[in-house]
Design a protein around this ligand. Sequence first.
Ligand code: ATR
Length: 293
Amino acid sequence: GMYGLKRQQRDTAVMGIVGNPVSHSRSPAIHNAALQQLGLNAVYVPLLVDDMARFLATFTDADWIGFSVTIPHKQAALEGAQEVDPVAAQIGAVNTLVREEDGRLKGYNTDWSAAIAAIERGLDPATPSSTDASSSPLAGKTVVVVGAGGAGRALAFGAAVKGAKVVIANRSVQKAADLAAQLDPPASACSLEDLASGAVRGDVLANTTSVGMHPQEDETPVPAAALPGFQLVFDAVYTPLHTRLLKEAATAGCAVVTGETMFVGQAADQFKLFTGKDAPVDLMRTVVLDSLA
Ligand code: ATR
């Protein structure tokens, strides 16, 4: 990342988001606002890409600083990177590709670190920006991850890295069990019904499914009766910001963390990887919240 900005003092440095679809992404707005705020000679563009392998081959020799990667290319980005951060490799998904000094692409996953940091701050606002398993407020806590897709994998591996006990609750219990078995130490798996009945309890509940994204359907992945006793509930859904799950969690006396924290955090961590500079997080949050209003 630093390479591009140092080397291209006079030329505009370029980065972008690779996805399909990509036109509705809020990433260009928040990254460009941040670049402008810091006075950096760089732009961030949306890139509609069908074939990730072919795209990466095309851009091998170009002076791009790096790419954000979104659906459906996070796995292909992992395969296309010449070096991969160990946690991203475990998760099996790369959402950030950064060109190293020698031109090689290194893959990272800032989804897990952003979600975990948001939850850590929700538990303890004084949590420093990076923690290990001994200093994290998640250490020793039981984290129930609802969902076993890409976001669920990121949350589950992240919580395990921080020393939490992980339970995966998923509609398909087989998929939950498969993910649970990949964690070290292995997590437990349960059905959404087990969670709904109160048979499964914990300290932190994190929804990573899309249930709740369509407010007219008034859906929640976990019924209100199962929420009391959780210290904190996080929802990765941020359209709307206050999902039925989070409203019912607040009523049940749980602390709540809204999903835009994860979106802003993953972008801020990418910005740091791309530019080497701390992101203007408050500005990025304002841009996202304005776009939701
Ligand atoms: P993402 O990358 O956003 O996590 P994904 O990989 O498609 O998306 O995973 C979607 C997750 O949401 C899965 O855990 C899925 O449950 P299944 O594995 O049983 O399919 C869950 N999910 C999606 N729609 C759901 C619904 N209506 N009710 C319950 N779970 C749902």
